[in-house]
Design a protein around this ligand. Sequence first.
Ligand code: FUB
Length: 345
Amino acid sequence: MPEESVEHIDFDNLNKRAISQPLVKNIYTADPSAHVFNGKIYIYPSHDVDAGEAFDDLGSHFAMEDYHVISMDNINSAAVDNGVALHVEDVIWAEKQMWAPDAAHKNGTYYLYFPAKDYDGIFRIGVAVSDSPTGPFAPQPDAIKGSFSIDPAVFEDEDGNYYMYFGGLWGGQLQRWRAGKFNAEYPESPTAHLPADQEPALLPLVAKLTENLLEFADTPQEVQILDENGDLLLAGDNERRFFEASWVHKYQGKYYFSYSTGDTHYICYAIGESPYGPFTYGGRILNPVVGWTSHHSVCQVEDKWYLFYHDSSLSKGVTHLRSIKVAELTHRPDGTIETLNPYKD
Ligand code: FUB
């Protein structure tokens, strides 16, 4: 249910039909990256604000300045806003646009990973550390060497290795890195520099993290997403190809790479045997929500799995004022995932 149709929506009725309600209402939140640390649920979302920026297809109106960590004692308890965990003013290299973050935990230290534009207007990914899962987080003086684009998601494998997945099209600038360095050529239009419909789609990146979780241990490599014939999804396969919002979870020994299709508004998943992929397209996790963007995480809490996601129902369809939500997610016996409809008929 993308933005262009919101004026026709009866929001009172829609909210009654919604499969879940906003977890917090005191602030707008989006892009929820959920983890269980020490038995408690911590959600690392974007903190949406209306900064008065004009709307454009590069997402300039997503002008977020800080992060708040949301915590829950259990899946049914109240969600608590723990206040400012990191502000852009405290990050020397970053100028603006604190977009979708994620977090990791290792040996009593918590790591907040976040994208922001540097003073050259290029998205980079930074990391900040804390001894508390709710922060405050102290940022490293520089962005992670070799990082670019947006939407970091850090997956901790059972063998103790950590991997970062990242990348996003249009305002996320992934299409400007096709030659391995930032293409500063105009036009800056979000659809310039994209592959043609019959070419392979742009792919997200993955890099293993160093032992201290502060750097890439290897050069980021593309995460292949294949169709049922083993071929790369094509750029024109708009309802299945990657756009942004990477996430990885592991279920019954297999790696599930999930992501947003962006301008077609689906959350999809693909299954693989290794954290590096390749991943074979499996289907949809979430149908379109109110608001242009869709961004999620998948998290096991005790013996159940949950989809954390967002929509713009609380703001009555303002696409950059979103609210995080959670709904139970079901893996079928064959490993496929049941598609969730965010609003009942
Ligand atoms: O929140 C800003 C951007 O919107 C995120 O980085 C994207 O994934 C989309 O949700």
